[in-house]
Design a protein around this ligand. Sequence first.
Ligand code: HXC
Ligand code: NAP
Length: 284
Amino acid sequence: MFESGLLKDKVILVTGGGTGLGRSMAERFLELGAAVAITGRRTEVLEETAKELAQNASPAKVFWKGCDIRSPEQIADLVQAVEDQFGQLDILVNNAAGNFISPTERLSPRAVDAVLNIVLHGTFYTTLEVGKRWIEQKKAGTMLNIVTSYAWTGSGFVVPSAAAKAGVLALTRSLAVEWARYGIRQVAIAPGPFPTEGAWSRLSPTPELSDKMIERIPLKRVGEKQELANLAAYLVSDFAAYVNGEVVTIDGGEWLQGAGEFNELTEVSEEQWDLLAEMTRKGK
Ligand code: HXC
Ligand code: NAP
């Protein structure tokens, strides 16, 4: 589907790139010719991932550095290190996040902060650091934010995440307008369920919960990491140069399933439809 040099000469920073969806995106970007920097808090995870990524790419194209995105100072050091390593930064992928399921009334203020500080503040700080540099350097760039399908609707039992991702969605759309004059483009992806160790261990830790999740999805399956990585590659590429402020949902139709008043009628059998047709034709 893609030209092999689609992302040639691009330098891409992926936060949370050591694991899960971030790692898959980094892998795909490398395959398409980009140089990639990954970051996260656990340096041993980053080192191992970078080693594995470099097996299928030139090692010179892979860079890792530990950074807690809750710290603006650490972010400034990180971005400087990426620029020192590659001479430039063209694309920022705000992918790092924290989340877990819990009844909201069980949350302590520290638990709320644990999620908001990573997702909302961390994403904002990273965006700010990179944006200020690009503006000063008079350099165009693209920012891709990974939100979730409940950023619009909200969701019970993951309320700090829902509030934080809604904030990131607002950030995406606000800066799409404000920073367009600097050539900085904003896009986002809203994934539905993609089984990653990080997400599943905190959000779907039992088989019953996973099965229930799949039942809700019209396509009756979860997403494959590669599918999200391909969407990300398109959105950050120059082929999407006129896409600004848009959020693409990739969820097998999950959120619409919950939204449509009559969607539950997929449960009705053919025989039941015959009976219902008789009744509704007569207007009863
Ligand atoms: C209730 C919890 C909790 C839980 C932590 N806390 N886990 N409360 N239920 N399961 C509380 C703690 O008791 C503590 O409060 C406070 O939160 C901070 O906990 P720490 O462990 O010190 O936090 P920290 O080390 O900062 O870790 C952050 C984290 C953790 C978010 C809690 O899970 C993490 O590091 N996550 C990173 C990876 C991740 O979450 N990936 C999933 C992304 S999936 P007290 O008051 O006791 O001190 C996603 C979207 C999925 O985002 C959508 C699916 C469709
Ligand atoms: P994941 O593997 O747990 O990824 C989260 C990453 O964020 C980890 O690499 C983690 O590394 C990093 N991170 C967390 N806190 C950080 C901090 N303070 N500073 C720097 N890095 C930090 O989970 P995932 O499923 O791939 O999630 C990736 C993105 O997709 C997230 O934005 C998530 O909200 C979104 N998403 C996922 C799903 C899904 O079903 N998987 C659905 C919707 C949205 P460290 O712990 O080493 O810091």
